[in-house]
Design a binder for this molecule. Structure first.
Ligand SMILES: Cc1cc2nc3c(=O)[nH]c(=O)nc-3n(C[C@H](O)[C@H](O)[C@H](O)COP(=O)(O)OP(=O)(O)OC[C@H]3O[C@@H](n4cnc5c(N)ncnc54)[C@H](O)[C@@H]3O)c2cc1C
Length: 471
């Protein structure tokens, strides 16, 4: 006899993280009956082990850096003392508050706690409960990629989850990976006094970004004492008799080693698909690349949607949220609204200097064969930046040589994650560099710097007919 408890909903959302929660809320606002399934802990990656704890720690690293460099402004404060337990206690308290708030929101829905497992395309089992629904949204997120380097598991290492929870800082670090997780957390630890070496396969940090952005950040990391070893192919890990961990790598054909008390493994994430029994649901997926979705967030089963990290694309909160909203509207209205990645793929990295990108990069424009002009202005040529002593980096704008439409913008610089929003708004309204120059900018402000590449591009476009294509 089957003792399962049966339930029926318009929509069942698996995973109450950023993407899933957005889907559930949107569907309920549209009048649908919605339930969540989550194996816990509730709160989602962003709040519990992602964006928010990392930014909370980074604020401490940045404060230490500012104090060390205040002498340049005539303020002599000496070497700051780091109270690491206090830093972690502050983080725990802040994250606890955010998580409580989110959990209170989730608890306004029916919530089934446990691992979700499809039994058929319309039926999901969670322990003794069987949930049937017209539609499903899968938002089960991602997990740290398994470490496949010989000797690493035996030597022991920390991943981003552990790096956010340490009881005391490591005495020194070798970091494997130069993406946003590796760079942000390494700079935090370096700024509170941990010597760090980052090993990267590519030529610069943030290998996916334009070379000037990635090389710029690499330069500033090295300048503040973080060693970055580029073109390093990690071979294996060993442990010395004194307990030090040794990473063996090949660089330009030469065998080298990097030695530290701890290894921070920051080589990416994989989608959480294990255990969902997606085969029974008829949903196509790949263990590393994630669940296949179209631009309406539908999987290969038209009533099953997937959003956020589990789709393997972008791994950013604002995108997970947007995908969740689109999926919910499509599920409840049987609609075919497509997500618009033109602006959604905007992203930022909270290093110092920060990186923020909107629209297409030069690499993307070149790959797509799109004609463009580019102009950039360094912060060390900008009055306000010089006045406040924040001169690292540059702003770069790309525009169409035909009509001056802004195609993309990259900022490597102070508060880039905030400055970029002016460009997001401009691009939302499909502004040209000519429009942009007519928008008043206060003086002296950091935002004013964006007018300089716009002016340069406008001049190039008006003075270089017939049209030029930037190299
Ligand atoms: C260190 C770090 C820093 C980051 N910083 C930023 C940042 O600054 N900005 C940014 O935009 N992004 C950042 N990210 C990425 C961001 O956190 C993720 O992209 C986002 O949180 C993913 O949301 P999600 O809804 O896809 O999944 P999640 O928030 O991970 O939610 C997945 C949910 O599914 C549940 N679940 C999983 N499997 C099952 C199952 N089988 N059954 C039932 N429930 C299940 C989990 O319990 C969880 O609640 C960061 C990530 C890391 C690791």
């Amino acid at each position: 006899m089957d003792n399962s408890n049966r339930h029926s909903f318009d929509l069942v959302v698996i995973g109450a993280g950023s993407g899933g929660y957005a889907a559930g809320r949107t569907a309920r606002d549209l009048g649908a009956s919605v339930a969540f399934v989550d194996r816990g802990p509730l709160g989602g990656l962003c709040i519990l082990r992602g964006c928010m704890p990392s930014k909370t720690l980074i604020a401490t690293g940045d404060a230490a850096y500012e104090i060390r460099h205040a002498g340049e402004l005539g303020v002599h404060a000496g070497e700051p003392a780091i109270d690491f337990p206090a830093v972690m206690a502050r983080k725990r308290e802040i994250i606890g508050g955010f998580a409580d708030y989110r959990i209170a929101g989730i608890d306004t829905f029916p919530v089934f706690s446990g691992e979700a497992r499809f039994e058929s395309p319309h039926r999901l089992r969670v322990g003794d409960d069987v949930l049937e629904a017209k539609s499903f949204v899968i938002g089960t997120g991602s997990t740290v990629a398994p470490a496949a380097i010989p000797g690493l598991a035996e030597a022991g290492f920390i991943d981003s989850d552990a790096a956010l929870e340490l009881a005391e800082p490591p005495r020194s670090l070798v970091v494997l990976g130069g993406g946003y997780v590796g760079t942000e957390l390494t700079q935090f630890y370096a700024r509170i006094g941990v010597p760090a070496t980052i090993l990267i396969r590519s030529g610069h940090l943030l290998s996916g970004e334009d070379t000037d952005v990635g090389e710029g950040l690499t330069h500033y990391f090295r300048e503040e004492g973080i060693a970055v070893e580029a073109h390093a192919a990690v071979q294996r890990v060993s442990v010395r008799d004194d307990g030090m961990k040794v990473v063996h790598y090949l660089q330009d054909g030469v065998e080298k080693t990097a030695t530290a008390h701890e290894i921070f493994y920051a080589l990416g994430r994989v989608p959480n698909v294990a255990g969902l029994n997606l085969e029974a649901a008829g949903v196509e997926f790949h263990n590393v690349l994630g669940i296949t979705v179209d631009e309406t967030m539908r999987t290969s089963q038209s009533h099953i949607f997937a959003v956020g990290d589990v789709t393997g694309r972008f791994l950013l909160v604002h995108i997970a949220i947007q995908q969740g909203e689109v999926a919910a509207r499509n599920a409840i209205h049987a609609a075919h609204e497509e997500i618009d990645y033109r602006l959604s793929k905007t992203h930022t990295v909270f290093t110092d200097p920060q990186v923020a990108i909107v629209g297409d990069s030069e690499k993307e424009l070149q790959r797509a064969g799109v004609a463009y002009l580019a102009a950039s202005t360094p912060f060390n040529d900008h009055g306000k930046a010089i006045a406040i002593g924040k001169t690292k980096g540059f702003v770069k704008m790309m525009a169409s040589p035909i009509d001056g439409r802004i195609l993309g913008c990259a900022i490597l610089g102070p508060d880039a994650s905030d400055l970029i929003h002016e460009m997001i708004v401009a691009m939302h309204y499909r502004a040209t560099v000519f429009d942009f120059m007519r928008i008043p900018h206060l003086h002296p402000t950091m935002a004013e710097i964006l007018t300089y590449p716009a002016e340069e591009l406008a001049e190039k476009i008006t003075s270089s007919r017939p049209l030029a294509i930037a190299q």
